[in-house]
Design a protein around this ligand. Structure first.
Ligand code: GDP
Ligand code: IMO
Ligand code: MG
Length: 451
């Protein structure tokens, strides 16, 4: 080939083409994984499953109230802060600015991973803008709940509400504040003084030791220094380079501070919109949203739950699904799949693909119900009511499906599922007008069906 015959335009096209070739199979994707019910849908398992195909996994909100479980080759990991991509050795993990970090909890998670031979150095970055959970947040969470009596929310007592309250009151302490020791000390002293006054005079609770807290947080600063980054810059550069990102939500849509069953919610935005604010990524960069839903419904903590089981069946079902909280160990409330909730989640999150988890838990049931709408004042309601007083009076309307009564644990292809299980899933897809992309048939990573 005579290079003198190549004109500049061909050369430019050639360079562009080579760039493209280098990115072969690497069509940029920014996928949000969002909880579509009341949390604990199996987000950890789904994120772990998809992280092998992702360069980066980034957590965007919540804190140690989350408990994301991954079972890998018989070993169990439960992550509270650390993104569920950390077990994929080539994946970098990011804790975004929207997360509230409990230093004690985070260090424990890192040490636990180290003990299991997983080094996070160079694979974990923490936003300098993330807020810190302070000991007074945890104490306040406890006394506030105790003070509420019957009206309590049933929080995880991880200090989440008080930490986000300080963030929005503009008195929160951020990772970046740790870097300037003098102003950190000053801010902390001011906050502790104020919180001690509150704890002592209103709640008659123990006061906090200012120096002890300062010393402990300075120690934490030394340990996390290597992980701190401007993660928005990092993530947006990765997007420009054509990398694949997975954005991991905590909690679930019905626990969202704006869209959940307020006041029985958490204090952040688990919905997909929270991924943009919690990571510093613009909405135009999001390529898809996967909504994770159990094949039934669960909830932990107080608040309305239209399809909730009661009595002996509720207890038996809880054992069948091992439905106990990953963070607090509390028994989870269980109920039938609720298509009104599923459709609500699809709407507020822009979900374009569903991951159904725990199908295997239904394997032994004679019949399985789906709530297709609610009845209120003799009218059918298909849109999840925003007024809690109306929701309380809504009666779920069910359709009944025959159980498949076969084990699904070893199935790896959709077409190999029992006919009745396929029909059940197809009905969910039909009612939600959304494609099911993943089906979980067990807690291990490989106990999954890609559709
Ligand atoms: P997350 O908070 O959404 O990550 O969910 P949790 O980890 O709190 O709770 C989900 C539970 O279900 C965990 O114990 C998982 O190991 C388990 N799990 C996830 N997917 C499946 C599945 O398809 N089948 C079964 N049997 N268990 C699953
Ligand atoms: P993951 O990420 C399920 C619930 C609590 C309580 C309410 C408020 O594992 O799905 P908080 O401590 O946040 O102030 O509690 O929210 N809750 C969860 N329920 N899964 C979670 O996280 C949860 N995080 C908080 O039980 O009802
Ligand atoms: Mg959980």
């Amino acid at each position: 080939m005579d290079f003198r015959t190549i004109n500049p335009t061909d050369l430019w096209v050639g360079v562009f083409y080579v760039k493209k070739i280098n990115n072969i199979g690497r069509k940029m994707s920014v996928v949000i994984v969002v909880g579509a019910q009341w949390g604990d849908e199996g987000k950890g398992k789904v994120v772990d499953l998809l992280s092998g195909e992702s360069d980066i996994v980034a957590r965007y909100q919540g804190g140690a109230n989350a408990g994301h479980t991954i079972n890998l080759k018989g070993e169990q990991f439960i992550f509270h802060h650390i993104p569920s991509g950390i077990l994929s050795p080539n994946t970098v993990c990011v804790i975004g600015n929207g997360v509230v970090i409990d230093p004690y909890g985070l260090m424990e998670e890192i040490e636990l991973l180290n003990k299991k031979g997983i080094d996070v150095t160079g694979r974990l970055y923490i936003s300098h803008k993330a807020h810190l959970i302070m000991p007074y947040h945890k104490l306040l969470d406890k006394v506030l709940e105790e003070d509420q009596g019957d009206g309590k929310i049933g929080t995880t007592l991880r200090g989440i509400g008080p930490a986000y309250a300080d963030k929005y009151s503009r008195i929160g302490i951020r990772i970046v504040d740790l870097l300037d020791r003098d102003s950190f000390r000053e801010k902390l002293r001011k906050n502790i003084k104020e919180k001690n006054r509150l704890l002592k005079t209103i709640y008659n609770a123990e006061e906090l030791d200012e120096d002890k807290i300062i010393n402990e947080y300075v120690e934490f600063d030394k340990k996390i220094d290597e992980f701190v980054k401007d993660t928005s810059v990092f993530l947006n550069s990765a997007i420009k380079e054509g990398k694949n990102l997975l954005l991991e939500g905590a909690q679930g849509t019905l626990l969202d501070i704006d869209y959940g069953t307020y006041p029985f919610v958490t204090s952040s935005n688990p919905i997909s919109g929270g991924a943009c604010t919690g990571l510093g990524i613009g909405p135009t960069k999001i390529t898809s949203v996967i909504g994770v839903m159990k094949a039934y419904t669960t909830r932990v903590g107080r608040g309305p739950f239209p399809t909730e089981f009661i009595g002996e069946f509720a207890d038996n079902f809880r054992e069948l699904g091992s439905e106990y909280g990953s963070t607090t160990g509390r028994p989870r409330r269980c109920g039938w799949f609720d298509a009104v909730i599923a459709n609500y989640s699809i709407r507020v999150n822009g979900i374009d693909g569903i991951a159904i988890t725990k199908l295997d838990v239904l394997d032994t049931l004679d019949e399985i119900k789906i709530c297709t709408c609610y009845q209120y004042n003799n009218k059918n309601i298909i849109h999840f009511p925003s007024d809690p007083k109306i929701l309380q009076k809504c009666e779920p309307i069910y359709e009944t499906h025959p159980g498949w009564k076969q084990l699904t644990k070893n199935v790896r292809k959709f077409e190999d599922l029992p006919e009745k299980a396929k029909k059940y899933l197809s009905r969910i897809s039909e009612l939600t007008e959304t494609k099911i992309k993943i089906v979980g048939v067990g807690s291990e990573r490989n106990e999954s069906i890609r559709c």
